[in-house]
Design a protein around this ligand. Structure first.
Ligand SMILES: [Zn+2]
Length: 108
């Protein structure tokens, strides 16, 4: 058994689980119901953990998690300022192209 992923965010957890389901990767969830238990547990114990039943899936499963986290970060990142890779000018989040040099060098 290998721990794949841990999160206190129920939506993130759900996203990972449904991806693993879709790929038929065997996993189990620990601490799933801890948040409903009487609260003597330290917070670390109340977050959910996804464990791979079969370690040989780890390479593939960790890529799935990575991709999910990356896409979540991209959604958040879209609201942040960015630096043009062409001229180094700082651009506001509303700009898709650099206002200075008009190049679309928004970093990934
Ligand atoms: Zn620029």
């Amino acid at each position: 058994m290998k721990k794949l992923f841990t999160s206190q965010d129920a939506f993130e957890m759900q996203a990972v689980r449904s991806e693993l389901d879709a790929l038929s990767i065997p996993y189990m969830v620990k601490n799933e119901f801890a948040s409903g238990a009487i609260g003597e547990l330290p917070w670390q114990d109340s977050q959910q953990e996804v464990w791979l039943v079969d370690d040989s899936w780890y390479g593939r499963a960790s890529k799935v998690v990575e991709a999910l986290i990356n896409s979540a970060n991209k959604t958040t990142g879209a609201r942040e300022d960015w630096l043009c890779t062409q001229c180094g000018e700082e651009n506001g989040s509303a700009f898709e192209l650099c206002w200075q040099c008009n190049e679309g060098h928004r970093p990934e």
